[in-house]
Unconditional design. Structure first.
Length: 150
């Protein structure tokens, strides 16, 4: 079975996330989304948007905010590679993403990404800016695809 990259709308990508993601809801927006199919159905998606961390949001950095597959072998690493090629073609100099500290990152490693840091984790809820946490609160690894600014 060979996998193929295809375009996908933000709405379709969000629906795939709702049905398949282990611990995240769909993001609020995106710059672009990409899907992988096996010739019969969509087996995975990636969504790329603005960086969530303000210090990374410099206009030249994009963040892969969701990667979700149905478990099809090699789908995630195919999508990580396609996301970087697309971001680079759009003029981005850097693409980053996060994984939970307990996740192995095998697909990211297979696509050539490197760990460049770790977050402290925790809630974004603040007295002055109340939020409901709908995501894991533990430490996360920050990954970057090697590019011109790596």
């Amino acid at each position: 079975m060979s996998l193929e990259i295809q375009p996908i709308t933000f709405r379709e990508a969000c629906e795939f996330i709702k049905n398949n993601h282990r611990h995240h809801l769909p993001p609020r927006g995106h710059k672009f989304s990409i899907a992988a199919n096996n010739g019969e159905k969509i087996v995975g998606i990636v969504i790329v948007g603005r960086p969530i961390a303000r210090h990374l949001d410099n206009g030249w950095t994009a963040e892969l905010t969701r990667c979700c597959t149905d478990g099809t072998k090699n789908a995630a690493s195919l999508l990580y590679g396609a996301a970087w090629r697309t971001a680079k073609a759009m003029g981005y100099k850097r693409l980053v993403t996060y994984t939970l500290a307990e996740e192995t990152g095998t697909s990211l490693k297979a696509a050539g990404w490197k760990i460049i840091g770790m977050t402290k984790g925790g809630s974004w809820n603040r007295k002055a800016r109340p939020r409901i946490d709908e995501h894991p609160l533990g430490q996360k690894l920050l990954w970057q695809v090697p590019g011109r600014n790596s």
